[in-house]
Design a protein around this ligand. Sequence first.
Ligand SMILES: [Zn+2]
Length: 257
Amino acid sequence: MAERDSAPAGDDGPGSGTAPLVAILTGAGVSTDSGIPDYRGPQGVWRRDPEAEKLVTYECYMADPDIRRRSWAMRGESPVWQARPNAAHEAIARLEGSGTPVRVITQNVDGLHQAAGVPGRKVLELHGNARSVVCTACGARSTMESALARVGAGEADPACLECGGVLKSATVMFGQALDADVLGSAVAVARACDVFLAVGTSLQVQPAASLAGLAAESGARLVVVNAEPTPYDALADEVVREPISEALPALLAALHS
Ligand SMILES: [Zn+2]
């Protein structure tokens, strides 16, 4: 059981333990200003297109080489590779840089929190990271950049160089379980934090959404920043509807140590 005055999973140097722990759950809405559409949310690109959904459904991906070839082609064209952190990512990185204990729990796979400067050990990626590739047979990890170079050179469905197994992006596909360690750390953060901000997430995908409820139950101040209503608005201490990249910098500036 996490102590309320401790900051799980990451060191915050001398003085930590007194400053309030800020947990920030981020969803697709945080990255739309960086040019990345909502893919996996309830109204996301994949859920609205059954053919596209197959490309990111584990069972289909493993069973069908053609699905894999199309999936690799889609990865090559992803807007993630050109995307840069926006004002919301930068505001979160500034808060962390100010010495305030911060943990980011993200549903995004774009790596933009780390690109903005948040140390990787303070970012819990519930759905993995699209910038890495993992072998489904031996677990070897490599970079997406190197895999896409192989695709560009003519390997439409590149196999693991270690064992010949099927490679996939290191993201959680539909039909795959979340990483138990990452989820466990996220639960510990939700229980221990003093402030929990849910930003740019519809709070409709479990178990990520329930983290907001867990934080509120554990006594944290719950702030929801989202354009549309969420199931947790009634539980929130504050609900903000303004555009994220405008609202978040001001909200977080007030939390600087
Ligand atoms: Zn392998």
